[in-house]
Design a protein around this ligand. Structure first.
Ligand SMILES: *[C@@H]1O[C@H](CO)[C@@H](O)[C@H](O)[C@H]1NC(C)=O
Ligand SMILES: *[C@@H]1O[C@H](CO)[C@@H](O)[C@H](O)[C@H]1NC(C)=O
Ligand SMILES: *[C@@H]1O[C@H](CO)[C@@H](O)[C@H](O)[C@H]1NC(C)=O
Length: 358
């Protein structure tokens, strides 16, 4: 029975989007959370009491190899320089086709009635897909205000894609966090995709049973649904829980799906405590429990695992040239004018190659 639950989730078609990562077809993707960019992946940072809103979301104050060219005058903000570096990491000239980077922000919903009122088991407020408490709404408004302020004063980049769990505490949190933010950058509207894979572990608690698709779309007419999203909840069962193993498989599967069908780099996910715990594990990030309303960013490196291992596997995609490269070769990187291509071991390395199209 548990197998059929996991199978049903895995069988959900990816969202109908134009782009798919062709290289990934039929192959497995390995995720790594790249250390050194956010304090949350540093063992010295305690998750207890950590608040993104006192720490610039945890973005580490540091330099990037792209600073020298991108910010010669030393005037750009930390987020702008980080954005330029991520863009460089994903620029075709410098990377293999089996590698991508994304900045993934995972937010836990604000406090719901099920969080606040555990002693009221059985009351209508707790049963079946609870909404946010006033405190939970305040947590979402706090995130809304903080994003606005970061966008305005810190030039933080806007998200390019949004995803949410179908449970109301998440659809509402995402809306209160982002819906009224002015998004001037073209092609970055707040149109979240509702995905089953981001929902909470399907325990017997009725708070983890979702509402119908009609209910969600009446509340948020502009939200989109992944392909195959059913009218009623066919995954939650009153008599059997999702196992931890199945939950872990689901977390990896939903990440695979997002990363294979979405070529955007800046991604927001609104989900749950248990779901984010599983997502962080799938990303090989250390455990970092979030209080309600808390948000954690991760720089994710995704590598398609090829079979068999190609001979050029030893090469890393980041190359450095003394002058602009004359060309780039798929799988090898940039070809420097001197005919030498030197590889850097990690993206935290030295001066990157220049792309004329960048
Ligand atoms: C992403 O895919 C769309 C649709 O195919 C395409 O127009 C766009 O150029 C792609 N963007 C990147 C960064 O690859
Ligand atoms: C990063 O730099 C800013 C501005 O100088 C400062 O306010 C902040 O405390 C620094 N953050 C860390 C984690 O060092
Ligand atoms: C969505 O957010 C907007 C902006 O904060 C708000 O006006 C609206 O009431 C919200 N809708 C729901 C259903 O919560």
């Amino acid at each position: 029975m548990k197998t059929s639950l996991a199978a049903a989730l895995l069988a959900l078609a990816p969202a109908a989007v134009a782009w798919t990562w062709a290289d990934a077809e039929g192959k497995s993707i390995k995720f790594t959370s790249v250390p050194g960019y956010f304090v949350q992946d540093d063992e010295a940072t305690s998750p207890t009491g950590f608040d993104y809103a006192t720490a610039n979301f945890g973005l580490v104050n540091r330099t990037y190899p792209t600073d020298k060219r991108f910010d010669a005058a030393g005037e750009k903000m930390q987020w702008q320089r980080f954005e330029a570096w991520v863009k460089h990491l994903n620029s075709g000239c410098n990377k293999k086709s089996n590698v991508q980077y994304k900045v993934l922000f995972m937010g836990r919903h604000g406090e719901g009635w099920h969080n606040a009122a555990e002693s009221f088991y059985g009351t209508p407020a707790w049963n079946a897909d609870p909404l946010l408490t006033p405190a939970g709404e305040r947590e979402a408004y706090k995130a809304n205000a903080y994003f606005k302020e970061r966008y305005k004063t810190q030039k933080m980049p806007r998200f390019e894609s949004y995803y949410t769990s179908p449970l109301s505490r998440c659809t509402v949190t995402a809306n209160l966090t982002f819906a009224d933010i002015q998004l001037p950058a073209a092609g970055r509207p707040f149109v979240p995709i509702v995905k089953e894979g981001f929902r909470e572990g399907m325990t017997l608690h009725t708070c983890n049973r979702r509402s119908s698709k009609t209910y969600i779309s009446e509340m948020f007419p502009f939200y989109q649904f992944e392909a195959g999203f059913t009218e009623s909840d066919e995954l939650w069962h009153a008599s059997e829980s999702e196992t931890d193993e199945a939950f872990a498989v689901r977390a990896k599967a939903v990440l695979d799906d997002v990363f294979v069908t979405d070529n955007k780099s800046w991604i927001s996910v609104t989900a749950h405590s248990g779901a984010i715990t599983q997502l962080l594990a799938a990303l090989n990030h250390r455990p970092f429990r979030l209080a309600t309303g808390q948000i954690i960013p991760v720089l994710v490196k995704e590598v398609i695992e090829r079979q068999p291992t190609p001979v050029f596997e030893a090469h890393e995609p980041y190359s450095t040239c003394d002058a602009p490269p004359i060309t780039s070769i798929a799988g090898q990187g940039c070809v420097c004018p001197t005919g030498t291509t030197s590889a850097l071991p990690e993206p935290t390395g030295s001066e990157p190659a220049e792309c004329s199209s960048d």
